[in-house]
Design a protein around this ligand. Structure first.
Ligand code: R5P
Length: 318
């Protein structure tokens, strides 16, 4: 297919996903040089004319968050100075999303700061997936196309026909998503009450709902250190769950995550490829589902001014 006036460009955060999207759309990635000076400063040069083009920059903010964010800003600046027509950032994982409000005095709201940086650099639109909270869209003064992986994840479980299935929200923040997911799967719903005594520490209090003897499916937006999901799984196991499954859109898998998941009672963990999962962090328990087709369809719809809402099956976020 020919999309006259559209270009795809990738930063260094997830070239495999960018290539997959480009393959689905049957267009090449535009050439760009990105390197580092000896002191760590980032150099970027776009190696083709972008004058008047609508450029979609694919750069999830994932494992090297600060490096990848700075690289994105510099790429946008290079494009603007080369008289690009419009820049849409395709960041299926949006970093700092958990810092979306002040939970204690004198804290920053970093999710808003990142939105400001992307706007000031010159982007006009963001395509993202399963934001930690949907309200983050309001941090941008330009349109945000907020996609969800929920229907892709649901397709995986529908094919498995799990009996006596209960979808479990690992904390109260995920209840709406878990409810929607349970409806998609025709399953029951249970809710865990999570507390965080400190950053990256998790304690599970009460369980609301019936899980004894059932197949339980934990659903979350992201798995970072895997503290939340594994604490949830252990509570479910202690309370008599039959089998425990888990899924999340973003597999950040930092620090002890893979070890914790391997040691946990979780039988299978389904993740999407919104961020790269290095081989060293993979496990036999993981199944990775691609979001490339969904993102390719969103890019085409945005470019051609066609409704994107048909792709919003999860609507509210994971
Ligand atoms: C928290 O509200 C999020 O939705 C995730 O549950 C959490 O950020 C996952 O982090 P971790 O895997 O480190 O517990």
């Amino acid at each position: 297919m020919i999309f006259r006036g559209m270009m795809l460009m990738s930063g260094t955060s997830h070239p495999a996903l960018a290539e997959e999207i480009a393959k689905k759309m049957d267009i090449p990635l535009a050439p760009v040089d990105i390197s580092r000076f000896s002191n760590g400063e980032i150099y970027c040069r776009v190696r083709t004319t972008v004058r008047g083009q609508h450029v979609f920059v694919i750069q999830p903010l994932a494992n090297q968050v600060n490096e990848q964010l700075m690289e994105l800003l510099i790429m946008i600046d290079a494009l603007k100075r080369a008289s690009v027509g419009a820049v849409t950032v395709v960041a299926p994982h949006y970093a700092y999303a958990r810092q979306d409000k002040q939970s204690a005095p004198r804290e920053p709201i970093t999710a808003r700061l990142v939105a400001n940086l992307i706007s000031v650099a010159g982007a006009e639109r963001l395509i993202t997936m399963d934001l930690h909270t949907g309200q983050i869209q309001g941090f941008f003064d330009f349109p945000v196309d907020h996609l969800s992986a929920l229907s892709l994840l649901a397709d995986h479980y529908k094919a498995q026909n799990l009996e006596d299935l209960v979808v479990v929200a690992p904390d109260v923040g995920r209840v709406k998503t878990a409810k929607k997911f349970s409806e998609m799967l025709g399953a029951d719903l249970a809710i865990l009450h999570k507390e965080r005594p400190a950053h990256n520490e998790v304690e599970i209090g009460a369980i609301i709902g019936e899980i004894k003897g059932k197949s339980c499916l934990l659903v979350d937006d992201m798995i970072d250190t895997a503290g939340t999901i594994t604490a949830g799984a252990e509570t479910l196991a202690e309370q008599g769950a039959k089998d425990i499954y888990a899924c999340a859109t973003h597999g950040i898998l930092s620090g002890p995550a893979t070890q914790r998941l391997n040691d946990s009672s979780i039988k299978e963990l389904v993740l999407c490829d919104t961020v790269p999962i290095p081989k060293s962090r993979m496990s036999d328990k993981f199944v990775v589902i691609s979001v490339a087709s969904l993102l390719a369809r969103a890019i085409v719809n945005v470019f051609e001014d066609i409704s994107v809402s048909t792709l919003f099956h999860g609507e509210d976020h994971l």
